[in-house]
Every structure is written in structure tokens, then in C-alpha cells.
Design a binder for this molecule. Structure first.
Ligand SMILES: [Zn+2]
Length: 274
């Protein structure tokens, strides 16, 4: 993915990046998600009782994530300097990072998947999308997911005044702190669009890194924004919600995990590297 370089480039990038956010497509009501889960067949057909990795469509378990080196605190705290914008982590570890945006899809099977496969996923939540559904994300958090900031109302921040950007970011920091007891350190701007004002507002709200993505898991498979078209160690992957005719998050995640496993990679915890 490219960083916006001007008004026109920003528009183009915004259009390209739209796919990274579920709000760029169709938001699926919870009922439909439940119907789709029900269409996956009976418990026996899904292999309940088998090894967890088989139950989720993997031929072999994912390797355990390596312990990352201790991070130097001086470079990891939000201070006067602007937070870094990252879409790929430079690391010798054979890990990729799974990120999910908005919080529209609240499929209980996804909680089971995260728990059984011990997936350290990162959820970037928008308050107006999650709505009354924070309980689902509390359950996800209790099984190992981390909760991060994706604004209150999902506007395209680029070009907005400081006060408005700050209200979107700090407002969601406060919401998430009151819901979960911790303030997120990571922030993803909606549609991946941002400007220097965004970075300044994010820093002032206590954000230590702005997280974009290099790869996106779509219905058609993985797409890449820059730097080659194959999954590699350190990639941050955005797993988007399916459109009306698309796959559920569980299905997309399972498909992605097969690719991850096939490349000899595993899933790392993004927060351990930022
Ligand atoms: Zn989004």
C-alpha cells in the first residue's frame, strides 16, 4: 500500500484501501451471519471432536509463535514524536499478523476459532459499528484477541481539522478504556487514509503506532498493496468481512491460515512487535 502523496493520490489510495474496511462493502447484520454459520453443516460434518486444527480446515497445526525480543521502551511510547505508520514489521521471526476492522461481524464461531487455535488476532473497533455488541469483543479478548482503536464513527480522517480527528481517536480511546479497562496503543485510520494531523492527534491520544496493512484477505484470496505479491514474514494482513455473497470471517481466516501454514509461517501477536 502506498502512502498518500497529494490530493489526487490520496483519493486513489482511499479508493484502493477501501477494501481493507468492511464499511467499504456491505455491513452484514448479525442475523445473516448466524444463518451463514448454520449453513456450514452439522457438528459431525464439521469434525467436532477432531483435533482443533482439523476442525478449522487445517491439515496440520500452526507452529507456535516465537517469543519476540524484548522491545526497547524508549521507542515504543507515544511522546512528542509522531507515531510510526506500519504495514509490515521487520522481523526475522516467521510470523504474520492478523488484523480485523470495524466490528460488524459478531460470529460466535470466530470466538471458538480464536480460542481453539490460540490466534493472537488484533481487532480494530469502530464504536458506531460495534454498537451494543461489545460483549462479543470482550469474549474475543478473553480468549486472546487484542482490542485496538478504529475511531468512533469511521470517517475518512485525511483533511479533517485537528479537533475533529482528535475527537474521533481520543473518543474511541475513552470508550474502549471504559469497556475493557485498558487504553489501546494501536490505531488504524478508516480506509487507511490519514495525514500529519492524524498522526499528531493519535500521539496526543496515547497511540504509539498507526497500523495499516500490506496484505488483504478478500473473497478472491490475498491481495497486496506493495512490495511483492506473496505473503512473507512480518506482513500485517487485514482480513475483511465478507460481502453479501462472500465468505464469513471464519471462512476467510481459515483460508488465510492455510496459506500461512503452507508458507511455513505462523501467527504472531502484533502488540509484541510494536
Ligand atoms: Zn474500517
Amino acid at each position: 500500500m502506498r502512502r498518500p502523496r497529494g490530493p489526487l493520490a490520496g483519493t486513489l489510495v482511499a479508493a484502493v484501501l477501501l477494501t481493507g474496511c468492511a464499511l467499504g462493502s456491505v455491513e452484514r447484520p448479525g442475523e445473516k451471519a448466524a444463518e451463514r454459520v448454520g449453513s456450514h453443516g452439522s457438528a459431525d460434518e464439521r469434525g467436532v471432536g477432531a483435533q482443533p486444527y482439523r476442525r478449522w480446515g487445517l491439515e496440520a497445526p500452526l507452529p507456535p509463535a516465537p517469543k519476540p525480543a524484548a522491545r526497547p521502551p524508549a521507542t515504543r511510547t507515544a511522546g512528542p514524536a509522531l507515531p510510526p505508520v506500519v504495514r509490515h514489521i521487520r522481523t526475522p521471526d516467521k510470523v504474520v499478523f492478523l488484523t480485523y476492522d470495524d466490528g460488524a461481524e459478531k460470529d460466535p464461531r470466530f470466538v471458538d476459532m480464536v480460542r481453539e487455535l490460540r490466534l493472537p488476532v488484533s481487532m480494530f473497533l469502530t464504536d458506531s459499528v460495534v454498537g451494543p455488541g461489545y460483549g462479543h469483543f470482550a469474549r474475543l479478548r478473553s480468549v486472546g484477541a487484542s482490542i485496538q482503536n478504529h475511531t468512533l464513527d469511521h470517517p475518512a480522517l485525511r483533511g479533517l481539522p485537528y479537533a475533529g480527528q482528535r475527537a474521533e481517536i481520543c473518543g474511541q480511546q475513552n470508550k474502549l478504556k471504559s469497556r475493557f479497562g485498558v487504553r489501546p496503543r494501536l490505531f488504524r485510520p478508516p480506509y487507511g487514509t490519514y495525514d500529519t494531523t492524524t498522526l499528531r492527534a493519535a500521539a496526543d491520544c496515547g497511540i504509539s503506532a498507526v497500523v495499516l496493512w500490506r496484505a488483504s484477505m478478500e473473497d478472491t484470496g490475498l491481495t497486496f498493496t506493495q512490495g511483492g505479491s506473496r505473503l512473507r514474514a512480518g506482513d500485517i494482513v487485514s482480513v475483511t468481512s465478507g460481502e453479501a455473497t462472500g465468505l464469513t470471517l471464519v471462512e476467510r481466516t481459515a483460508r488465510l491460515l492455510r496459506e500461512v501454514r503452507g508458507k511455513g509461517l505462523t501467527v504472531g501477536r502484533l502488540e509484541d512487535y510494536l
